[in-house]
Design a protein around this ligand. Structure first.
Ligand code: UGA
Length: 441
């Protein structure tokens, strides 16, 4: 099938590339000329395992094209994905201006029937707005051309996006016509060889499904973070509790790892947006507000442990920070707990020596040159002469504590572990003050 994808961010680029990989002819459109030039030259704007070779291969084969020419891209695609950003606006609601701008572009240029697919995470009711925007443009040029609007939310995880797209556990499709359902079934047929993964429903339910999924996952994390905080206060070990409850299949082992708060572009934004949607519909979503508030507090936990150790005085202290991205296998630092920590350290007069396997460039882009931030080339370099180490992200290379290395480089004997990677007893035996999340000190 001929597919056009608007937006070459995480969702758009991964979706377009995977659809091309499965044999569709894909054109990806973006307004950012630099990004498109880069992609045409084989430069991938994000770090995502497995993405680069797939982009390069399909681009070479001609099944994946990149352009800023929206007009011909609209004309080429039978199916047109909208995968542009929906950043939070001032009050936390999802800002739909980019989505609706694409809808208008489609309405302006389409010459034949189109199936327009919302892939961006958009509030319930957006499909109606997309439909209205297209209809308005068609009316303005007196064109009578049929189209369908479909909601097809994306469930991919950064760092595992290719795998999630290629081997989905479900494909949610919201339609209001049989024909649109058939188009989507054909589009995704190559992804559903062994089992039909398509869950077809009405449009509003599909839109809500995406938010409900993210909100429930965020709730699990905030819940566990509360239990961890409680464990610390009652002298229990949350790691034991986690194993204890995960064994109940109704709870499950996934997504109950306590930590220093969830980050990224999805959970923080989506929980907020869903809460705002509830409010706009005269409903107070109390659990969602609590999930959000708990997370905001949890992001401060690393700093309060660190500062607590030094009696509230971090002035002149050098803090080694390992892991800057909001989670491993990505360079994405949006809403990352590391940022809350570093900014608090600076505020308190301390300095940071930071290392992340992928996010160094992103850190430089965000914070620029500053005297109280040293960007290090290795984990060891970050430790050198530091008063304490704080682990913010669970990259696998941090999982094993190398005490020889720690002792020879780290000046202080203080480790704050925001991801419970190490064994408290070992750290104690080696003479470290070890602060984890929800574990006895
Ligand atoms: C999330 C969802 O998992 C995807 O299904 C969804 O498609 C995506 O949002 C989206 O809406 O686009 P993502 O934000 O990439 O994906 O990352 P996750 O792996 O879900 O992690 C989110 C945050 O939760 C991270 O900060 C992570 O450190 C934290 N987390 C996760 C925990 O603190 N504990 C856990 O047990 C699991």
């Amino acid at each position: 099938m001929k597919v056009t994808v608007f937006g070459t961010g995480y969702v758009g680029l991964v979706s377009g590339t995977c659809l091309a990989e499965m044999g569709h002819e894909v054109i990806c459109v973006d307004v950012d000329q630099d990004k498109i030039d880069g992609l045409n030259a084989g430069r991938i704007p994000i770090y995502e395992p497995g993405l680069e070779p797939m982009v390069v291969r399909n681009h070479r084969l001609g099944t994946l094209q990149f352009t800023t020419d929206a007009e011909s891209a609209v004309q080429a695609g039978e199916v047109i994905f909208i995968a542009v950003g929906t950043p939070p606006d001032e009050d936390g609601s999802a800002d739909l201006q980019y989505v609706l701008a694409v809808a208008r572009t489609i309405g302006q240029h389409m010459q034949s029937h189109k199936t327009v697919v919302d892939k961006s995470t958009v509030p319930v009711g957006t499909a109606d707005k997309v439909r209205a925007a297209i209809t308005q443009e068609l009316a303005a040029r007196d064109a009578q051309i049929g189209f369908d609007v479909v909601s097809n939310p994306e469930f991919l995880k950064e760092g595992a996006a290719i795998e999630d797209f290629m081997k989905p556990d479900r494909i949610v499709v919201g339609v209001d016509s049989k024909a649109a359902g058939e188009v989507m079934r054909n589009l995704y047929a190559p992804f559903a060889r062994t089992k039909d993964k398509l869950i077809v429903m009405d449009i509003r339910s599909a839109e809500l499904t995406k938010y409900a999924a993210n909100a429930l996952l965020a709730t699990k994390i905030s819940f566990m973070n509360e239990i961890a905080n409680l464990a610390e206060r009652v002298g229990a070990d949350v790691e034991a509790v986690r194993r204890g409850i995960g064994s109940d299949p109704r709870i499950g082992y996934q997504f109950i790892f306590p930590g220093c708060g969830y980050g990224g572009s999805c959970f923080p934004k989506d929980v907020q947006a869903l809460e705002r949607t509830a409010r706009a519909n005269a409903y107070e979503a109390r659990i969602l507000s609590a999930v959000e508030a708990t997370n905001a507090e949890q992001k401060k936990v690393l700093f309060s442990k660190l500062s607590g150790h030094f009696g509230g005085d971090l002035a002149g202290k050098r803090i080694a920070v390992w892991g800057l991205s909001f989670k491993p296998n990505t360079d994405d630092m949006r809403e990352a707990p590391s940022r809350t920590l570093m900014e608090a350290v600076w505020q308190a007069g301390g300095s940071v020596q930071a290392f992340d396997p992928e996010a160094m460039e992103e850190t430089r882009r965000i914070y620029g040159q500053r005297d109280d931030l040293t960007l290090c080339d290795s984990a060891i370099e970050a430790l050198t002469d530091a008063d304490a180490l704080v682990i913010c992200t669970e990259w696998s290379q941090f999982r094993t504590a190398n005490f020889k290395q720690l002792k020879s480089h780290l000046k202080g004997r203080v480790v704050v572990d925001g991801r419970n990677l190490w064994v408290p007893e070992e750290l104690a035996r080696e003479g470290f003050y070890y602060y984890a999340i929800g574990r006895p000190v």
